[in-house]
Design a protein around this ligand. Structure first.
Ligand code: CDP
Length: 218
């Protein structure tokens, strides 16, 4: 079974997907982490010929989506935490607007989904990567709620960004992701819309769990 989830930053996709993946034994693929990894390569190895660099990156997805490393330039680099910095967050939408990079990553994502039960999340999963998925969901929440959730992840960390900056980043990324020419973020016609404002993660994952159960019982 293929479950495809799209939505803007902070809509709760990653956490909900991890809950579903462990409950139903699905493979979890976080496609945002792949775009973030290419942003990391650009930041650390230069933006020149970034398409060629992206094609050379080999992804190592471990612990069912909880860990991501790449093999690049003869090195294995654990990016699990390195791609979650405000710097990478502010650069990734630019990388994600690159048509050639998207082509390379979409092909890899489609190959990961072959022949297994998968839950994949991102911005173009329901529309481009897995348009024939068994279940398609568009998750969202108000920008303030999404910024609050993101801000909470930084709580008690010494290098935490300011709330206003988190909100600004989310609004800017929403704008870039929804207005770009290449595979913009949008709700697929046949995707189920869930506004998670005011809902707990359990309530959201229960809703998606119900959709999976209904499909299984058919
Ligand atoms: O975790 P968060 O919601 O902040 O974002 P993410 O899922 O890690 O994705 C980071 C960025 O990658 C997004 O803002 C998009 O610009 C881009 N992205 C994309 O274009 N297509 C995808 N399938 C996944 C992510």
């Amino acid at each position: 079974m293929q479950v495809a989830i799209d939505g803007p930053a902070g809509s709760g996709k990653s956490t909900v997907c991890k809950i579903i993946a462990s409950k139903y034994g699905f493979t979890y693929i976080d496609t945002g982490a792949m775009y973030r990894s290419i942003a990391y390569v650009a930041e650390n190895f230069g933006y020149d010929d970034i398409e060629k660099k992206a094609a050379e990156v080999e992804f190592i997805l471990e612990d069912n989506g909880k860990k991501i490393s790449i093999r690049y330039n003869g090195e294995t680099i654990d990016l699990t935490t390195k791609i979650r910095t405000p710097e990478i967050s502010s650069k990734v939408a630019f990388i994600a607007s690159n048509k050639e990079i998207r082509k390379i990553l979409v092909a890899k994502q489609q190959s990961y989904a072959k022949g297994c039960d998968v839950i994949m999340e991102g911005r173009d999963i329901t529309t481009v990567v897995l348009p024939e998925a068994d279940i398609k969901v568009y998750l969202t929440a108000s920008p303030e709620e999404r910024a609050k959730r993101r801000y909470k992840e930084w709580e008690n960390k010494s290098d935490a960004p300011k709330f206003e900056d988190v909100l600004k980043d989310i609004i800017k990324r929403d704008e870039m992701d929804t207005n770009r020419a290449e595979s913009p973020l949008m709700q697929a016609r046949d995707a189920i819309f869930i506004d998670t404002t005011g809902l707990t993660l359990e309530q959201v994952s229960d809703k998606i769990g119900e959709l999976i159960q209904n499909k299984k019982n058919k």
